[in-house]
Design a protein around this ligand. Sequence first.
Ligand SMILES: [Zn+2]
Length: 369
Amino acid sequence: MEPRNQKTAASNGGLFSLRVFGVPVRFHFTFVLFVIFLAVIGLEGPSGAQAAIYVLALFGSVLLHEFGHSFVSRRYGIRTIEIVLFPIGGVARLERNPKPAEELWIALAGPAVNIVIAGVLIGLAAGLFGSLDWDQVFRRRGGNLLGQVALGNIVLALFNLLPAFPMDGGRVLRSMLALKYGESQATELAAKAGRILAIGMGLYGLISANYMLIFIAFFVYLGAAQESAALMGRQLTQGVPVSAAMITDFRTLSHGQTIRDAANLLLATSQQDFPVMSGSNVIGLLSRGTLLRAMAQEGPDSYVAGVMERDFLRLDPRMDLSEAMLLLAQAGTCALVMEGEELRGLLTAENLTEFLLLRRLDRTNVERA
Ligand SMILES: [Zn+2]
C-alpha cells in the first residue's frame, strides 16, 4: 500500500515535498529558515552568488548523504518511508528499525557518501587547476568553490561521525554498544552522549558568541530527546499485541446509510472514523476528513459507500504493537483490526497515546511498589 504522508507531513512541520528516486523528500520548515540565514550571511560577504551556489551544493550533498543511508537499508530489505531535511542534516525515516549489525552499515553509508563527494571534487579541482590552495579554501575568501564544497563535505562527514545521537556516529556507537549492553541500554547511552554533547556545544557557543553553534546544539538536543522518546514508545509496546490497545466498543455504518447519518453519529459519539459494513463484511472506512469533505461537496443525502476509503490500513490483532505503531504513523489514519475478514476493533493515534500513557503510569507504580 502506498503510504499516505500528506496528513503526517502537515502535522510534522513539513513545508513542501518532492519525490527523488521514488522516495518522498520533505523539507522541514526550519531547513528553509536555515537557508535564509545562510543567504543573509552570503549577502554580507564579497560574493553573494557564490554563497548561494555553495549553500545549494551543500544541500545537494546532504540529500545524497541520506540516499546513501536509504540505498544500504534497501539492500537489507528496509524501505525508506521518507527523507526529511533539517538544518543540521537530513533524516531518512525507515520502514522498520534495523538490527544492530545492519544499523552499523546503514549509518556509515551517509558519511561515506560525503567523503566520496569530497574526493571527487578534490580530484576534479586538481585536474582543472593543478592543485588546491587550501589556505584560500580555509579562509573562504570567495576563492575556489570546488574546494569549499569539498571542505563542506568533509565537515559534514566528521560532524555526522560524532559518537552521539542523533548523528550517524551515535548510531554506530549504539550498534556497537548493543552487542554488549542490549539495545535499549545502548540507545539510552547514545542519547545521553547526544544531550551532553549538545549542552557542551551550546555553552561553548554562548561563551564564544557563536550563534551558529547554539543553533546546531539546539537541534542536536532535540534529536537526542526524540530518540529517547521513540525508545520509550518501543519499550512500552514491544511484545504487546494490537488487541490489547485497540478500541473494542465502537460504532459502524452500513453501506446504505447517508452522510447525514454519519454526521449524526460523529456528533453523538466521540468516534472520528467509522468502519463501513455490508452485512458482517467490512467494505471501507469513513474518516472524519472524508465525511466533512463529502458533506461540503456531495451533500448530506449522498451515500456513505460512494465516498468512503476502500484502501484502509488493516492490522492483525496478534501483531506486535511496536510494529503497528509505525504503520499507523505512516498511514496517518485510523486502522481496522481484523482477524481474517472479521472486524475486531479500531486502532487510532489517540487511543494508542492513551495506552502508552497508562502503561507508563502503570510501570512507575510498579517501580514505586
Ligand atoms: Zn546520516
